[in-house]
Design a protein around this ligand. Structure first.
Ligand SMILES: [Zn+2]
Length: 342
């Protein structure tokens, strides 16, 4: 089972050893093969009722979004805040940062390396799909692969309201090797926590969301299956993903959903028709792709994938407000020097 740390704001999941393959010509970018197309995705900030415990208590789980710029700005009420990323006047999320989020879940749900570690022309499934910059040296290892997934940049509506949220400093606690994913919890768990350093972030509050377009090129059904699984789109394994800043302070929980139809073509059909399989509904196509991906694992590996999916499930990955607050206070107590360093 995934390792659970009650002293941290995250849990760890197990990894499968990377299964690397030579990048074959048919997935290079100079010709069409496999499936090509796009799907429109809505990304919505989590805003829902959660039931927990044996007596089915409930609380509202709201998760704001903060996409940082690395800059700070003067706050009218004093001090500084970290603004939300903007392009012109619009709040903005870059497609590459959304791609990074999907990639990290894809890595945990396939036999992939952790974050672009492949070298040479033998790549793991995530590097083959999302791309890879070779860190090797010499002619043989000098191999950069563009990947076959791209995601459009998205803008929030011009009139969207933002707020300034004060959160405890995002000092992350102990470092552990491995894949970490942050617990989901309501951002108000961290209100009323005294005697800790705080920082201010510009956030968008739910209900809010954006729509983006994910393009895929020369992919197999199996690879689409991995993508669907990693975006929490499998009806049997729905889960919200975490993106942006403040993930350890109840921010950045989002649901992905396919909007409208999936526009897909198979190699030679690409320009002539977008729907080579008109008999199959979107749901059937999704299921076929998911099955193709999941059947690539042997029994032992499948147990790890299933455990990781269970770990991502909101029932498992949700910390109630009181639990998150209590754990945070214990963490502060253990690390007094780090939380009150100024
Ligand atoms: Zn890799």
């Amino acid at each position: 089972m995934p390792l659970l740390y009650t002293d941290a704001e995250y849990f760890m999941v197990d990894s499968l050893p990377p299964k690397r393959e030579v990048v074959k010509e048919d997935i290079m970018h100079d010709k069409w093969s496999g499936y090509n197309g796009y799907l429109d995705l809505s990304i919505d900030l989590v805003n829902q009722k959660i039931e927990f415990g044996e007596s089915s208590k409930e609380e509202i789980f709201k998760s704001p979004l903060h996409i940082g710029t690395g800059d700070i700005e003067l706050y009218s009420k004093g001090g500084y805040y970290q603004p939300f990323l903007r392009a012109g006047n619009n709040l903005f999320v870059s497609g590459s940062s959304i791609k990074g989020v999907v990639r990290s879940y894809s890595e945990a749900l396939s036999s992939s390396c952790e974050g672009n570690q492949c070298n040479g022309d033998r790549l793991c499934p995530a590097c083959r799909l999302f791309g890879c910059v070779s860190k090797g040296s010499g002619r043989r290892n000098d191999f950069n692969y563009q990947g076959r997934i791209s995601i459009s940049d998205v803008y929030f509506a011009e009139n969207i309201k933002t707020s300034i949220l004060k959160i405890p400093l995002r000092w992350g606690g102990k470092n552990r090797e491995g894949r970490r994913f942050y617990w989901h919890c309501d951002y108000r768990a961290y209100e009323d926590i005294n005697n800790v350093e705080t920082e201010k972030l510009e956030i968008v509050l739910p209900p809010a969301g954006v729509t983006t377009r994910l393009y895929f090129e020369n992919v197999s059904k199996q690879e689409l299956g991995l993508l669907f699984l990693a975006m929490g789109l499998d009806p049997k394994h729905r889960f919200p993903l975490k993106m942006g800043g403040g993930k350890n302070r109840g921010l950045g929980s989002v649901w992905f959903m396919i909007k409208n139809q999936l526009v897909i073509g198979k190699s030679e059909h690409y320009y002539s028709t977008y729907d080579p399989e008109p008999q199959a509904s979107k749901e059937d196509f999704l299921k076929t792709c998911l099955d193709q991906h999941l059947k690539t694992f042997n029994e032992e590996d499948r147990i790890i994938i299933d455990n990781n999916l269970k770990a991502f499930n909101l029932n498992h990955a949700y910390r109630t407000r009181s639990k998150a607050k209590q754990e945070f206070e214990q963490q502060v107590e253990r690390n007094k020097d780090k939380y009150s360093r100024r």
